[in-house]
Design a protein around this ligand. Structure first.
Ligand code: HEM
Ligand SMILES: [Cu+2]
Length: 623
């Protein structure tokens, strides 16, 4: 094999990022893209919360409100939170199992670019006749051609393309975890974050496939006048709800699983204790993953599927509370008697527990099918799922951000600003959403763009909007922290600034492209901590120092994603007046995509070697 290590140095920065297949750089790309979508979706929430600040406001129209709510939910779930977890997974997962990269670096890059092009396709809907407006669930007949705007076509194609990217990335994670673990890293020594990413990835495989099928059917209905979901022509609207929620309920767990993982890493690290009940934790997440597919019909109690079905699904739903309870107690017992350090990451991790429990309790309330007729489609539901989504998932993300930041960027985030950020965010969150429980119970419906005076809802809605402003202020404090720390913070050069337990903290900072000069030998759960107690604090190598083989970068993932984007736009443009025929667009897109695939198959890409001497000198420089 020819060494190309020398000519990789000459790439321009832009070319380097467009062609990278390094999991650490792809992680940064996910982090940036996910953050942008998060901020955008957050601003949308602020806009429609302003509309709801007082009765009969005329800040935005009902149509705009629908578009904003739909885009807010869709962006948050698919294009903000998922990629942010993928950012951490990409960065940390190979390190935690002692690997040099993910199993298929090329596919990893393709997954990112497909996700991004799908996201951009969804976002440009605003400029082509309006954003999707039928809610993030796109229930038919609201989403049919008869009632829904052209935005729904963007929803269908955008999610299809970004979902495809998510799917192949998930497969990549599964193979990586199963196949690339360092010697001694048995499944029952796998860090919990890896476990939860493994289960998340499997849930993606089993949930995104029905979603893809559903979206395909909806596309056929909308673009080619099929009638799967058109009742007047023999279609069935309830069919959509089944397909959607068979995907949709597991989707919630796809998002919350990695948060469980992060909390299970952060809590032991800052309690200076091993995770209490590791084995029960693994089985709890496995059981939750399985059960998440058994409960979709709790979203349909009010549809009229009958008392037997409702009872079965109500009981199945409540069963999830058992493994969830196990996890919560394990986190508490880990903290119990530990040497706690209340860093910002630990603030987020510790506060995750009570808010997540509150979301779980209202979940059990909603699971009682008869009473759900009272809660259904009210703000009680909005409050419930934001306690899970923001009070659980987002807090988990932020814990992960503060925890892994020094490894990713070579400096810590400022702790004082971090803790101020935490309190402003946390108080803002409760102000926004706690009160929505009560709003819901007194009858405020969700997805309604205004309300009347004199129903006792004015003050509570006002408070809720103030809370949303507070959360925005908090995010601004976070941005200031990021900029301030980049300029002022001391460089972290030590490997393990938190005195942590897992393998990612045994690598040099900054991490060289090959991660580990020598694959580590794993001797226990919490391998790094084990070596601190029983060894010399360094991982023992499992192989002699030698040349390291690395994959080449490639522009093909980027090009293939542009192909998908053009093709997707082609399918949407059937109902637009464009100067170019949809068939031409589809053809160009298809040729670009499949051409890229063919090029990849025909090319002999051997990668390159980093010579032993180079590795030695790089290691010396870093340590
Ligand atoms: C952090 C600030 C946030 C605020 C102020 C906020 C506010 C809201 C409000 C008021 C609604 C209800 C609109 C209605 O039904 O009338 C809503 C809907 C929704 N939100 Fe959020 N939200 C926030 C964060 C998030 C996050 C982080 C996620 C997901 C990761 C999320 C996911 C959703 C979803 C899925 C819907 C339902 C959309 C639909 O009904 O189609 N939200 N949000
Ligand atoms: Cu559900």
């Amino acid at each position: 094999m020819v060494s190309e290590a020398t000519n990789t140095r000459k790439k321009s920065v832009l070319w380097d990022w467009l062609t990278t297949v390094d999991h650490k750089k792809i992680a940064i790309l996910y982090l940036i893209a996910g953050t942008l979508f998060f901020v955008k979706a957050g601003l949308m929430a602020v806009l429609f919360r302003i509309q709801l600040i007082a009765p009969e406001m005329e800040f935005i129209s009902g149509q705009t409100f629908n578009e904003l709510v739909t885009m807010h939910g869709t962006l948050m779930l698919f294009l903000a939170v998922t990629p942010l977890f993928f950012a951490f997974a990409n960065y940390v997962l190979p390190l935690q199992i002692g690997a040099r990269d993910v199993a298929f670096p090329f596919v990893n890059a393709l997954g990112f670019w497909l996700f991004l092009s799908g996201g951009i396709l969804l976002s440009i809907s605003w400029f082509f006749g309006g954003a999707p407006d039928a809610g993030w669930t796109s229930y038919v007949p609201l989403a049919s051609r008869e009632f829904g705007g052209i935005g729904i076509d963007f929803y269908v194609l955008g999610l299809q393309i970004s979902g495809f990217g998510t799917l192949i990335s998930a497969i990549n994670f599964i193979v990586t975890i199963i196949n690339m673990r360092a010697p001694g890293m048995t499944m029952m020594r796998l860090p919990l974050f890896c476990w939860t990413m493994l289960i998340t990835s499997m849930l993606i495989v089993f949930a995104f496939t029905p979603l893809a099928a559903g979206l395909l059917l909806l596309m056929l209905d909308r673009v080619f006048d099929a009638q799967f979901f058109i009742p007047g022509e023999g279609g069935n609207v309830v069919l959509w709800q089944h397909i959607f929620w068979i995907f949709g309920h597991p989707e919630v767990y796809i998002l919350v699983m990695p948060a469980f993982g992060i909390i299970s890493e952060v809590v032991p690290a800052f309690s200076k204790k091993r995770l209490f009940g590791y084995t029960s934790m693994v089985f709890a997440v496995l059981i939750i993953g399985f059960l998440s597919f058994m409960v979709w019909m709790h979203h349909m109690f009010t549809v009229g599927v009958g008392p037997i079905a409702n009872s079965v699904f109500a009981i199945a739903t409540m069963t999830i509370a058992v493994p969830t309870g196990i996890k919560v107690f394990n986190w508490l017992f880990t903290m119990w008697g530990g040497k706690l350090r209340f860093t910002t990451a630990m603030h987020f991790a510790a506060s995750f527990v009570p808010t997540f429990v509150l979301g779980g309790v209202t979940g059990v309330m909603l699971a009682m099918a008869p009473v759900d007729h009272l809660y259904h489609d009210t703000y009680f539901v909005v409050a419930h799922f934001h306690y899970i989504i923001v009070g659980g998932i987002v807090l988990g993300l932020l814990a992960g951000l503060f925890y892994w930041y020094p490894k990713m960027f070579g400096h810590k985030l400022n702790e004082t600003l971090g803790i101020i950020f935490f309190w402003v965010f946390y108080i803002g969150f409760h102000l926004t959403f706690f009160i929505q429980h009560i709003l819901g119970l007194i009858g405020m419906p969700r997805r309604v763009y205004t309300f009347l005076e004199g129903q006792g809802m004015d003050t509570m809605n006002f408070i809720s909007t103030i809370g949303a402003f507070m959360m925005s202020v908090a995010i601004i404090i976070l941005v200031i922290n990021i900029i301030y720390s980049a300029l002022k913070a001391e460089r972290v050069t030590e490997k393990d600034p938190w005195d942590a337990r897992t393998l990612e903290w045994s690598t040099n900072t900054p991490i060289p492209e090959y991660n580990f000069a020598q694959t580590p030998q794993v001797r226990s759960l919490d391998p790094l901590f084990y070596e601190k107690i029983h060894g010399n604090g360094e991982m023992k190598p499992a192989e002699p120092l030698d040349d390291i083989h690395m994959p080449n970068g490639s522009i093909l993932p980027f090009i293939m994603s542009i192909g998908m984007f053009i093709g997707g736009f082609g399918f949407i443009s059937f109902h637009m007046d464009l100067f170019i025929s949809p068939y031409v667009l589809i053809a160009i897109g298809g040729i670009t995509f499949f051409g890229g695939m063919a090029a990849r198959s025909l090319q002999n890409d051997y990668g390159y070697n980093i010579e032993k001497e180079t590795v030695e000198s790089m290691e010396k420089e870093l340590s």
